[in-house]
Design a protein around this ligand. Structure first.
Ligand code: K7E
Ligand code: CUA
Ligand code: CA
Length: 644
């Protein structure tokens, strides 16, 4: 910024607000234990920083900056909340790279508009979408041997109780499963190691928790009798996407974690009271972290010790407290922890689960081996599996880990990230007065929800970055009306002190993300035409094919033209239009928009998509390419003629 710009600032009417912004930013930074390096960087990026010179040199501001032409080191996959999508960001830059439509409809790619996407989302008998809304919260990848394998990631829909799978070579959703007899599908986690089928060398189980209890079956019975409300914990097969089994439980499920040895899955419970009314859910001082003995559950399913609920065929085993009193036969273990916890996360060495208190200022550390010991009958009380319970601050929610035994927990009420050492917390819990759990704190802006570390949900946690996804951004960005964007704050955790690297804006309303090393992700450059059974493989096959009122229009695109310059239909035709993109050049995408018929989608290189509609409006309709593809992009059109 030049001297003139600074002068202009003074003449702006909102000077007070700018001053407030600056001082607020300074306050945040000064509390952050900044290194000399970062302070210097801030000086440089303050007014007066050098702009890129005319020669095309690039001004460098910070060791974290990704200069023009360079690529980020990490991908971050982030749920979009009630927008229903999943976003991909590059880190450390914070650049948003893509929004993957999942449970939402999307104009850009035609998700929810094309026949192929509708078949994945699911339709009603009249062809409309079964659901057009969704609420994505948790994103987790498939694992091989405790680390990401780049094959799939899974994401939940809290609203309608669905699990979606996204293939990571194309970054497209390819399957969605609706879980039976549940509501508020919240936590989900892929198994980190499935010992059952070594032939499939990646995760085969996805664990899913239901947050809301409902009458079972939920068909109008028992609606006023809260004692009849129940929750289920579900296991989905990652290949078939079928629900393998469900566990009937007491209390509810919130977040979900899986162990590195494939033996246990866990869910934190904030409503062990099984309250139907708001106040009831907070009446007890202790709730629980519930552990599932996966092998025993699968044995019980195999042995047919199951029931079914309503019209669902999914086998259900009984994991309630009353039926699981004998640890040696139990399917479930309820470990008491305080109070309305939120978040359960396992350390990268697989030894401990950290479960945040939310309404208690503590994090409870539960030892994996001790839970297994309880299941063997070697531990008198499930509570004895808790090996530490440090006070870390107000409103603790989610925890990420580095590779040095430290945990980083978001403190919603304190607006801080607290760094604490797990082994020190365990020593302090045992009575060692010299052991101090909390190592460092940093202010974030404001009210963090999820926080996650680079590769922190794998054995390859690298201790480089923590990203805080904050729930309120208030004054951190230019105001854009009453609805603000959210703040993501990237924090360098490689040293003793946490260092704030930068803020980047994220569109509302992200919940959870994973930070993945870029070498793990191997995407395709173009599609394979042979994978589309309806592909129009030769432009010469293009044309209008009539079978009574059913009409198929086949066409192809190749920059800068569609194979059909025009096509004729009759009023009342039921038309299926199939478009194959014959371009092979990476990134050469075409669009197809059909005025007044509400159709809009794209075809990427070598991809085929189709749409079905009734030609109910006679007239001329210029179907045009929406995606800038060529100097003659504007000329790329096809005239649809609907005869009266
Ligand atoms: Cu937002 Cu992960 Cu749904 Cu916590 S949950 S913040
Ligand atoms: Cu094809 Cu624009
Ligand atoms: Ca509670």
């Amino acid at each position: 910024m030049t001297q003139d710009d600074t002068t202009n600032r003074d003449t702006q009417p909102d000077l007070g607000r700018r001053k407030f912004l600056n001082s607020a930013a300074l306050v945040g930074l000064s509390g952050a234990g900044l290194s000399v390096g970062l302070s210097a960087c801030n000086k440089e990026s303050a007014p007066g920083a050098k702009a890129p010179s005319a020669k095309g040199e690039v001004a460098t501001h910070s060791p974290y900056e990704v200069p023009p032409g360079q690529l980020d080191e990490y991908y971050s996959f982030s749920s979009g909340g009630h927008s229903g999508d999943v976003r991909i960001y590059g880190l450390p830059s914070g650049r948003q790279l893509k929004s993957i439509p999942v449970f939402n409809t999307d104009n850009l790619v035609g998700w929810g508009i094309t026949n192929e996407s509708k078949a994945i989302i699911g339709t009603r008998p009249d062809g409309s979408l079964k659901y057009s809304t969704g609420d994505t919260h948790h994103v987790h990848q498939t694992y091989t041997d405790g680390t990401y394998d780049g094959k799939y990631f899974f994401v939940n829909d809290k609203i309608h109780g669905r699990l979606a799978r996204v293939r990571m070579d194309t970054m497209e959703c390819d399957k969605i499963t609706e879980l039976p007899n549940i509501q508020g599908f919240h936590g989900t986690f892929t198994d980190k190691r499935d010992p059952v089928d070594p032939k499939i060398n990646h995760t085969t189980r996805v664990f899913c928790g239901a947050e809301f209890s409902i009458p079972l079956p939920n068909d109008g019975r028992d609606m006023e009798d809260g004692s009849k409300y129940k929750s289920l914990f579900s296991c989905v097969d990652s290949e078939s996407m079928e629900v393998r089994w469900q566990v009937l439980i007491d209390g509810n499920c919130d977040l979900v974690a899986s162990s590195y040895d494939g033996k246990l899955a866990a869910t934190n419970q904030y409503n062990t009271e099984m309250g139907v009314h708001y106040e009831d859910t907070m009446s007890s001082e202790m709730d629980a972290c519930l552990f599932f003995n996966v092998a025993r559950i699968e044995e019980a399913v195999k042995a047919g010790k199951v029931t079914t609920i309503g019209s669902s065929k999914v086998p259900v085993v009984d994991g309630t407290r009353a039926s699981n009193k004998d640890p040696k036969a139990a399917l479930t273990c309820y470990v008491p922890i305080p109070k309305n916890p939120h978040g359960v996360n396992i350390t990268p060495d697989g030894k401990y689960y950290a479960c945040s208190g939310k309404l208690s200022p503590t994090a409870s550390v539960i030892e994996h081996a001790l839970v297994l010991k309880w299941f063997d009958g070697g531990l008198a009380n499930a509570r004895d599996a808790v090996v530490a319970e440090p006070e870390i601050g107000l409103g603790p929610l989610h925890t990420g880990f580095d590779n040095k035994g430290n945990a980083y927990t978001t403190l919603f009420l304190d607006s801080q990230i607290v760094k604490w050492n797990v082994e020190a917390a365990i020593k302090a819990f045992k009575g060692d007065k010299t052991a101090k759990a909390v190592v460092d704190r940093i202010d974030v802006h404001y009210q963090p929800g999820h926080g996650f570390t680079s590769m922190g949900e794998t054995r390859e946690a690298d201790g480089r970055f923590f990203n805080s996804d904050n729930k309120f951004s208030k004054d951190r960005f230019l105001p854009v009306g009453p609805l603000h964007c959210e703040t993501a704050q990237l924090i360098d955790i490689s040293g003793d002190k946490m260092k704030l690297v930068h803020d980047h804006s994220v569109l509302s309303e992200p919940h959870d993300s994973i930070i993945v090393r870029r070498d793990i992700i191997k995407t395709r450059q173009i599609y394979d035409m042979d994978e589309f059974p309806n592909a129009v493989k030769d432009p010469a096959e293009s044309g209008v094919f009539r079978n009574g009122k059913k009409v198929t229009v086949k066409l192809t695109s190749q920059a800068p033209a569609f194979s059909l310059r025009e096509f004729k239909l009759k009023k009342g035709d039921e038309v299926t239009l199939i478009l194959t993109n014959h371009d092979k050049v990476e990134d050469l995408t075409h669009g197809f928009a059909m005025p007044k018929y509400d159709i809009n989608f794209i075809v990427n290189p070598q991809e085929t998509k189709s749409v079905t509609f009734i030609a109910d409006k006679p007239g001329v309709y210029w179907c045009y390419c929406t995606h800038f593809c060529h100097a003659l992009h504007l000329e790329m059109r096809s005239r649809m003629i609907v005869e009266a």
